[in-house]
Write a protein of this length. Structure first.
Lengths: 87, 153
């Protein structure tokens, strides 16, 4: 799966969980989901569960700990999908 | 530890205290389900104002009772299994609540709450809850979610 395809899908997954005063345009690869996009810890779990369903992958506790930015999420998804050896 | 001791131990681990403890005891607890009870004593202070001259248990407190038994007790049990032999308390935060209220609960009634796990992932517990009166009528039901984690030492 191409990185752009994953990124597009990720944006769609994240958008519904943005606070009302944060628009989709605010999302960039470097955005920290909690600090920059103001997503709370409960919705962060929702996003991860949606990511799991959408990409048919399973994330572990250590993935959750490593996941801070949109780019981190992208990297984790790529590794799980085996698309690129991101490490 | 006997099952009864364990159920009491979970109630003691609750981070709530009077006047905001809405759990008297638990009768069942496993990986997926919890059942407990509480009696809304007629002398509870809020009955003086909800409603004036016509006391009825506020829906928010039925929700709270559902959350303390159905969400927090089950959550402490599940967390305790993840962090074995851990001493210390837990930090909890209600994240989502969607409830419907079907019948009133009057002062002095004993209610029973059942909580059923929908999922518990990454510290988020989502449950289906229901609260029934002693006469078997369901007073409210819905879904609640909360974040739970062990207290930092």
């Amino acid at each position: 799966m191409k990185r752009e395809t994953i990124y597009e899908a990720l944006l769609k997954i994240i958008s519904p969980y943005l606070p009302e005063d944060v628009g989709e345009a605010a999302i960039s690869p470097g955005s920290d989901l909690i600090r920059d996009l103001n997503i709370n810890s409960s919705h962060l779990v929702d996003i991860i569960l949606d990511v799991e369903d959408h990409f048919n992958i399973m994330l572990e506790d250590q993935d959750m700990e490593a996941l801070k930015t949109v780019e981190d999420a992208l990297g984790i998804i790529e590794v799980k999908l085996g698309t690129t050896g991101n490490s | 530890m006997t099952m009864t001791d364990y159920l009491n131990h979970i109630v003691e681990k609750l981070p709530f205290a009077e006047p905001f403890l809405f759990v008297d005891g638990l009768t069942h607890l496993d990986e997926d389900r919890v059942r407990g009870f509480f009696r809304f004593r007629p002398d509870l202070d809020f009955y003086r104002g909800h409603f004036r001259d016509r006391p009825v248990t506020p829906g928010v407190l039925l929700t709270e009772c559902c959350a303390q038994i159905g969400l927090v007790c089950l959550g402490i049990h599940l967390l305790g299994r993840q962090h074995q032999e851990r001493e210390g308390g837990y930090v909890v935060a209600l994240a989502e609540s969607s409830m419907e209220f079907l019948h009133p609960v009057y002062p002095g009634e004993r209610v029973e709450v059942t909580g059923e796990k929908v999922f518990f992932r990454f510290g988020k517990l989502k449950v289906k809850v229901s609260l029934t009166r002693a006469d078997g009528q369901m007073a409210c039901r819905g879904e609640l979610a909360g974040m739970l984690k062990p207290e930092e030492p």
